[in-house]
Design a protein around this ligand. Structure first.
Ligand SMILES: *Cc1c(COP(=O)(O)O)cnc(C)c1O
Length: 223
């Protein structure tokens, strides 16, 4: 259950070099582990499950920035809309509209990242390029959604060249989208790529937010 502070400091020095930020992925891990990393200075934590996020947020310091990184169902947005700082995995217009509606009730705008499918595996969520442009064409007039960038997960493979290609492709897509849809705002700036196994490659390919769990908190034992 111990948090790996040596790995934490190592990751911090690496991301600092690239001016990226760390999302410490604490899903399944106890509040005490989050607090240990908080006390070491970490403020951004990522969670995958709505109920777990709500429970943890109520028990932990107010200045934690909670990022939702899982697959968010529209009917659950209302539980996190008052406090969530960023939602990483948005992949439908329906979800964006619901986020807009719930954020409006709290008089705020929520940072959203659109999830792009870049891996070869079929099972992962996310939009392809065509779906992305379609969604962007339809997603105007949502004042309580702040489009903050793109998110993607690379293939689960030992082929580093392939991981490089997938992350580089997403970075290029981010550039195109920014130029076409968000040329005049600084908001569309995030590229959420990289996990424990591939974050170094992600940083080399322009990641601004790495999402790291097991390297910091140890392997997750699902029960
Ligand atoms: C669990 C998870 C992570 C962290 O994975 P690790 O391999 O433990 O670093 C990152 N991103 C998403 C979307 C996740 O679900």
């Amino acid at each position: 259950m111990a948090v790996n502070l040596t790995a934490y400091r190592q990751v911090l020095s690496e991301i600092d070099h690239y001016r990226a930020r760390l999302v410490a992925v604490s899903k399944i891990k106890p509040v005490s582990d989050i607090l240990a990393l908080y006390e070491a200075g970490q403020r951004i934590f990522g969670e995958n499950y709505v109920q777990e996020l709500v429970d943890k947020a109520s028990q932990l310091p107010q200045d934690i920035q909670w990022h939702f990184i899982g697959h968010l169902q529209s009917n659950k947005v209302k539980y996190i809309a008052s406090f969530v700082s960023m939602i990483h995995g948005v992949d439908s217009l329906k979800l964006l509209q619901e986020i807009n509606k719930q954020a409006a009730k709290h008089n705020r705008a929520i940072d959203c990242l659109l999830q792009i499918h870049i891996a070869t595996e079929e099972t992962k969520f996310g939009l392809d390029e065509q779906e992305l442009y379609q969604l962007l064409d339809q997603a105007s007039g949502l004042p309580h959604v702040r489009m903050a960038g793109l998110m993607g997960m690379a293939s689960n493979t030992d082929d580093e060249a392939q991981i490089h290609r997938e992350f580089a492709g997403l970075k290029a897509l981010h550039g195109h989208v920014k130029a076409k849809y968000f040329p005049d705002t600084g908001d569309f700036k995030e590229l959420s790529t990289g996990m424990s196994g591939d974050y170094k490659i992600a940083l080399e390919e322009g990641s601004t937010l790495v999402r790291i769990g097991s390297l910091l908190f140890g392997a997750r034992n699902y029960v």
